[in-house]
Design a protein around this ligand. Structure first.
Ligand SMILES: C[S@@+](CC[C@H](N)C(=O)[O-])C[C@H]1O[C@@H](n2cnc3c(N)ncnc32)[C@H](O)[C@@H]1O
Length: 277
């Protein structure tokens, strides 16, 4: 992407600021039978179970690409940081796992998301969670403050991923662990890479799988490994035109690209890493 980092971040902020107040999935309204619980529909598609969703109040929707909380082996009393916490779904689930002696911290740069998340935490009555407004490239979190970092479909949106991994390393305790759900790519075409619309939609900023893992190792992490992977087809990417695979998912932004140009070239991965002791 040739656009300056500041412009990309502004576009991301605007997109997610609007997304939190919109109901429906990207290519049109949700099926009628689940129209009043669209957040469940989106969350089920990301890999949450009906049991997990049953504890959530209405409005706690998922913008994620997986369920990182399900895969982390957090202990009671741990401190968990969620990068790009959105509406707070993973924060609420993690807060139950760490119990009363633990803490969860959400971090998000979009004011509308932070506000929605605070309301959702309040509605759920979660006492051990807070959300901080800030950027993951410069985290408002102390050195060695947390035991676990989770993140769900967020790091791909950063124009400076090396900085994100360096910050993640700084704020983790020695021996601290990460479970990240994110998007990686395989030979994405140049026009997709240059589309701001595809960037805010978690596609254009997705780096090659090998580069992603390399960046984490270079930041100092050990045991870096992919523990789950799902390559996205046209249908998975929300193409409801069935045969054409031409429908795009982004609200008609002018540099939009058709789904077929990136279908089967992006995957949702769950990546584990550990800071050495
Ligand atoms: C695709 S949404 C995912 C939200 C949430 N993790 C979920 O699973 O529903 C991306 C979120 O990351 C936030 N975000 C994007 N770039 C960020 C950055 N550089 N620093 C902090 N938050 C960021 C956005 O505001 C948005 O809430």
């Amino acid at each position: 992407m040739k656009k300056p980092e500041k412009e990309i971040k502004q576009a991301v902020k605007e997109h997610y600021g609007k997304a939190i107040s919109r109901k429906g999935c990207c290519c049109g309204p949700p099926p009628e039978e689940i129209a009043d619980r669209v957040e469940d529909y989106l969350a089920l598609a990301s890999g949450y179970t009906p049991d997990e969703l049953s504890v959530l109040p209405s409005g706690v929707t998922s913008f994620g690409c997986g369920n990182p909380v399900a895969l982390m082996s957090v202990k009671e009393g741990d401190v968990v940081l969620d990068l790009g916490s959105g509406a707070g779904l993973d924060l609420i689930l993690a807060s139950k796992k760490v119990g009363d002696r633990g803490r969860v911290i959400g971090l998000d740069m979009t004011p509308e998301m932070v506000e929605a998340c605070r309301k959702n935490l309040e509605k759920t009555g979660v006492a051990n969670a807070e959300v901080r407004q800030g950027e993951m490239e410069d985290m408002p979190v102390g050195d060695g403050e947390v035991d676990w970092i989770i993140s769900n479909c967020v790091i791909n949106l950063s124009p400076d991923k090396e900085k994100v991994f360096a910050e993640a390393y700084r704020v983790l305790k020695p021996g601290g662990q990460m479970m990240i759900s994110d998007i990686v790519s395989y030979n994405l075409p140049e026009d997709v890479r240059e589309s701001v619309s595809a960037w805010v939609g978690c596609i254009a900023g997705a780096v090659e799988e090998t580069d992603y893992l390399k960046m984490m190792r270079e930041a100092g992490f050990d045991d870096v490994k992919i523990v789950e992977k799902r390559t996205y087809s046209c249908a998975d990417l929300g193409d409801h035109s069935e045969s054409e695979c031409g429908c795009s998912c982004r609200e008609g932004m002018e540099d939009d690209v058709p789904v077929k140009s990136y279908a089967d070239k992006v995957a949702s991965v769950k990546v584990y890493a550990r800071k050495p002791l």
